[in-house]
Design a protein around this ligand. Structure first.
Ligand SMILES: *Cc1c(COP(=O)(O)O)cnc(C)c1O
Length: 369
């Protein structure tokens, strides 16, 4: 085996001259940050590309989520969220002083279950908000969640880190909820190396995001305790160079996914169910093995051939050692089972056909061993 290692993902790098052309604009403007011309242009292009009216770019997705929580008035409050996510969902909640209460997921979509949400709301009348996650770019049951939020008077902040490019009933998935926080990290579908954005629904809300992410002052007028979460012009340059390639990136990944589907075994592998009405962004290719034992067998089999899938999401968030009290006391058997059995397979636009076939062959071998 002398082939190169196969990693879970590979960040898309735009043609060097396109990136350099954007960077050279910084040498013209002389402005490196503080909402310079590249950031202004990236914001406009993102609004256009996503079909959204109000977004504020920030330095990463975790800060996007923290600022959205703060803006939604959820800091320091009890919040219902999903146990099936990346640790950053919980970190953002804890940094905002929230108490996360975990409610279980739907077995098909792997997103927060509205039924489990309702049970949790009845058990915790002091809950102030909901933080669901559009897992792998699939859509939460946004209608049922919105209904419950209306009924219980709750604010809904989506962790939409995976949702860039997914559309639901003809609208960007980022458009749902009171706020959505997206990530532009290098490993995400669209990236600025590090970055993210807060999506809101009014000029005032967008203005507040801008205020919060830049120290909370306008000139000499200090209006609120802000933080520094600005996206630099260098990061905006990467975003401007990557964005024109998004359609090709998503089409290419779709082709890799189709190929996986055609050559992976049907027996012993389950896939998350995409919600009806969703145009999927093909951000990830997760598979669910029959048990953790099978997962480890498949993972070890692949790694022996220098192919590196990722247990994503892992671990089971309620078991994080720094959580306490009500956050730990939950029963989410669907999520717990998914965490033990889910593996994301390598996926990027330049993954070659023979590699996909090799991965499928190894998985087939390990499943029938
Ligand atoms: C990546 C990710 C984040 C954090 O985004 P960063 O830009 O890396 O800070 C938050 N939530 C989920 C579900 C993620 O996958």
């Amino acid at each position: 085996m002398d082939s190169a290692p196969v990693t879970i993902t590979r960040s898309f790098l735009p043609p060097r001259e396109e990136f350099e052309r954007q960077v050279s604009r910084i040498f013209t403007s002389g402005q490196l940050t503080n909402r310079g011309p590249l950031n202004v242009e990236l914001t406009l292009r993102l609004k256009d590309w996503l079909g959204l009216d109000f977004i504020c770019t920030v330095s990463n997705g975790t800060l996007a989520l923290m600022l959205a929580l703060r803006q939604a008035g959820l800091s320091g409050k009890k919040v219902i969220t999903t146990p099936f996510s990346y640790v950053a969902t919980v970190s953002a909640l804890l940094w905002e002083g929230c108490t996360p209460i975990f409610a279980d997921i739907e077995p098909g979509s792997l997103c927060l279950s509205p039924e489990a949400l309702e049970v949790a709301l009845r058990a915790h009348p002091d809950v102030a908000g909901v933080v669901p996650v559009h897992v792998y770019g699939n859509a939460c049951d946004v209608e049922a969640i919105a209904d419950l939020c209306g009924q219980y008077g709750l604010c809904c902040v989506y962790d939409a880190a995976h949702a860039f490019g997914s559309r639901y009933h003809g609208r960007s998935l980022l458009d749902y909820g009171d706020f959505a926080a997206c990530s532009f990290h290098a490993t995400k579908l669209f990236h600025t190396a590090e970055g993210g954005c807060i999506v809101s629904h009014s000029p005032d809300a967008e203005h507040t995001s801008e205020l919060l992410h830049a120290f909370g002052h306008l000139g000499d007028e200090h209006l609120t305790p802000g933080i520094n979460a600005k996206l630099s012009e260098l990061h905006a340059a990467m975003g401007l160079a990557v964005l024109p390639h998004m359609k090709a990136i998503m089409d290419g990944r779709n082709n890799v996914c189709r190929l996986y589907e055609s050559c992976l075994p049907q027996k012993g592998l389950a896939r998350p169910v995409l919600r009806e009405g969703l145009e999927y962004n093909h951000a990830y290719f997760p598979v669910l093995l029959p048990s953790e034992e099978y997962l480890l067998r498949v993972k070890n089999g692949l790694e022996a051939e220098r192919i590196y899938p990722r247990r994503y999401f892992y671990p089971y968030l309620p078991e994080l050692p720094y959580l306490a009290g009500e956050s730990r006391r939950c029963s989410c058997p669907v999520a717990e089972s998914a965490v033990r059995r889910v593996l994301c397979l390598p996926l990027h636009v330049s993954l070659e056909e023979h590699t996909v076939r090799r991965i499928a062959t190894i998985i087939t071998r390990e499943l029938s061993a």
